[in-house]
Design a protein around this ligand. Sequence first.
Ligand code: MN
Length: 435
Amino acid sequence: MSNPINRELQATLDPQRKSWIDSANDAACDFPIQNLPFGVFSTAQQAQARVGVAIGDQVADLAALFEAGLLRVGAESNVFARPALNDFIALGRDAWRSVRVQLSALLAKETSTLRDDAALRQRVFVKLADAKLHMPVDIPGYTDFYSSKEHATNVGSMFRDPKNALLPNWSEMPIGYNGRASSVVVSGTPVRRPNGQLKLPDQERPVFGACRKLDIELETGFIIGRGNALGEPVACEDAEAHIFGMVLLNDWSARDIQQWEYVPLGPFNAKGFATTISPWIVTLDALEPFRVAQPVQEPKPLEYLRHAGEHAFDISLEVLLRPEGASEATTISRTNFRYMYWSMAQQLAHHTVAGCNMRVGDLLGSGTISGPTADSFGSLLEITWNAKNPVALKDGGTRGFIEDGDELTLAGWCQGDGYRVGFGTCVGVVMPAVK
Ligand code: MN
């Protein structure tokens, strides 16, 4: 581990550790005892949203565990009995790690406290299938980056010029823009097709109407766990200590609106209508065994963007599309987060270097994650090359871009030896535009 952690925290990552919750020991389960992702949930019986951790096919209610005196977090009040994770996250990394260690012990096969107490289990566990999952954090600010070299090259080729697809600044800094936090929604929230200005090639002026080139962007996002004061940059070497964890992120994009509006200040309405995130935040601690080297950076980044060691993560990613009424979804992309050119630490260092302050809960998107081949591209724009090569679906249909009623699902996981640390899914169904 590059971060100093103790033996107890290391033990939570032991691939051999099993839970007394059998479903958590299934090799295909996203939520084994090694994962312990944090979210916010409610049930039909208890409508008050509160903090939970996914384990197997269950959710452990941390507010109930705290009330039962089984979870200590260094705060007098119950920070888990809140409809967002911010108050817990604000307690700091030692608190996150302490809770992880305590939960791992309570859920381990050998520990009888919950395992052998049916009444207590009744109060603490809810079936994942019965839980309504909410936005896990209040997000004060959302930023989206553009850090996949393959994606930037593809988009630059289509929108500008294949010969100069990558602008000279791209390999010197993680390019980003300030997005809209207000329209970030949790998985399962329907997404309405946006209306906007469309500039058709055969007309001098734009028309107003429903987006005709609605797209996804396969991304991950990270949640800020520790802020920085205005004017005080976060050093690249320290940046990971400021990150609480990661989610899957779909940066829905209206390509026709985007192409007309993006010069000179970048995307606006093309992106601001919705961004979907997965409900479970996988902590950086849980991702530690899957740390790998990032691609070689040439030219060597400026001093403030340098960090020693490995700062990429081996996360398998997929996109599935299911038309309305279809029984089966089609996988339209398979790729991996490890190919991202700029690391999360570099993104955070760059974001703060001019003095911008981050706040607990801020969401920073990776940028579309595209691999080198068409079946590993992270957007339909690239997969179909602007609808020139439509993608074939299992039900016999094809897609250039998204149609109304389509359900888009992102999935992601880290493959361990006999287990996987998964993100669950990030789902959205597209509804028709406002008439
Ligand atoms: Mn994006």
